[in-house]
Design a binder for this molecule. Structure first.
Ligand SMILES: Cc1cc2nc3c(=O)[nH]c(=O)nc-3n(C[C@H](O)[C@H](O)[C@H](O)COP(=O)(O)OP(=O)(O)OC[C@H]3O[C@@H](n4cnc5c(N)ncnc54)[C@H](O)[C@@H]3O)c2cc1C
Length: 372
């Protein structure tokens, strides 16, 4: 049967989440185009993060973050394995460095159990020491499901899957706007060197930091249903020399972020970060002056961190839906019940654990659209 539309679905944004949406829509047999304003895929939030596969420890009961992190992680490891994408299920330790921090680590353990995270164990100071001799802790929580991965390899694999099913990933193709068509579907305008118009039955906005702007470009999208975007910047400092630990090491989480933690990437480079600073615009500078706070903080759990070992490295920006000292809201997967436009799903506030959750988000979006 020939369709009246150019594509069944267009996805705005070729980050991990948009590509995962495209993948699940293509798996469902839909013709898909993913529109990306940059010249390459995965240049947004998905390229500036910790590349940690989160087990799903922290997120509140019943939240999309809790459900989709665990679901996404369970889908992600086999996907990476099947596509030859590098990962290391190295595990992580959430450490209490003082007796006062013990209840906070125990609270994480309780929440993680409710969230259905596998394999967790509260461990003694001696067990922490056996895992990481240089870490100072009075106890810890061991999470064997946590890992690290090559997030860019992952996004390339998603692109490959979409293209193998006849879909397209159009880079250097900014989404300029869309109008609902009277019989259903949307007329979509794209810009760039070769501006075009196309018709699609369904539209998914997965624009990361550009999601609010993209939603505002859809005719009829109620402005009061577009949540305010806050930029939650986080910087990383690299550790000179060999990675000091094999496992990831985290302090107990704070109210707005997971806290400055130790992570290493697939190339063996070690980092501490990210901190959290609310900024007014996209700005990826790393102020070397922030190193002082990093030394103070990290030495709580790694007293052996020597002077001069940290160097400014990179920054990322979380697409947050809350400002300073406000509670951290859930991911938003907004359908017609919210904005009144059938066939449209808009994703807002996809901050951490969005990379881990991406396959869970993609699966959910495809299921919601199958019903519409
Ligand atoms: C500091 C930091 C650390 C993090 N650490 C982790 C972690 O360890 N583990 C984890 O699971 N998650 C982590 N996250 C969260 C994770 O990185 C994000 O949730 C995830 O990458 C979001 O993916 P996305 O596809 O929604 O956004 P993006 O990757 O930003 O993709 C959106 C895309 O849309 C494009 N776009 C925007 N507007 C338009 C338009 N008008 N037209 C066309 N294209 C457009 C952008 O160019 C971009 O490529 C971290 C985030 C930060 C900032």
């Amino acid at each position: 049967m020939t369709s009246a539309f150019d594509f069944d679905a267009a996805v705005v944004g070729a980050g991990a989440v948009g590509l995962a949406c495209g993948y699940f829509l293509a798996l469902a047999g839909k013709s898909v185009v993913v529109l990306e304003k940059e010249r390459l895929i995965g240049q947004g939030v998905s390229s500036r993060n910790s590349e940690v596969i989160h087990a799903g420890l922290y997120y509140p009961t019943g939240s999309l973050k809790a459900e989709l992190c665990v679901r996404g992680r369970r889908l992600l490891y086999p996907f990476l394995q099947a596509h030859g994408v590098g990962f290391d299920k190295c595990g992580k330790i959430v450490v209490a460095t003082s007796e006062e921090e013990v209840p906070r680590v125990e609270a994480v353990a309780k929440q993680a159990e409710v969230n259905g995270v596998e394999g967790l164990r509260l461990i003694t100071a001696a067990e922490v020491h056996a895992l990481e001799p240089e870490v100072r802790a009075v106890m810890g929580l061991w999470s064997p499901e946590t890992g690290i991965f090559d997030s860019h390899g992952y996004m390339l694999a998603l692109q490959g899957e979409i293209e193998a099913r006849g879909g397209a990933v159009a880079t250097a193709t900014p989404f300029e706007g869309a109008e609902p068509l009277s019989g259903g579907g949307f007329r979509v305008r794209t810009g760039g060197d070769d501006p075009a118009e196309l018709t699609v039955r369904q539209l998914i906005i997965a624009g990361g930091l550009g999601a609010q702007d993209a939603a505002a470009r859809v005719a009829g999208y109620p402005a009061d249903q577009i949540p305010k975007l806050h930029y939650g910047k986080g910087v990383y400092f690299a550790v000179r020399g060999k990675a000091p630990f094999h496992h990831l090491v985290y302090p107990p989480p704070g109210p707005s972020a997971l806290g400055i933690h130790y992570k290493r990437d697939m190339a063996g480079r070690a980092h501490f970060g990210p901190d959290l600073q609310f900024v007014e615009a996209e700005d990826y500078d790393v102020d070397p002056a922030r190193a002082g706070a990093f030394y103070d903080y990290v030495r709580h759990f790694w007293p052996g961190l020597s002077d001069g070992a940290l160097s400014p490295d990179y920054a990322g920006i979380r697409p947050k839906l809350h400002g300073p000292n406000e509670p951290q809201p859930d991911f938003r997967i907004d359908g017609p019940e919210r904005h009144g436009l059938p066939g449209l799903i808009a994703l807002f506030g996809i901050e951490s654990p969005g990379l881990t959750a991406s396959l869970g988000v993609g699966e959910t979006v495809a299921a919601l659209l199958a019903e519409q």
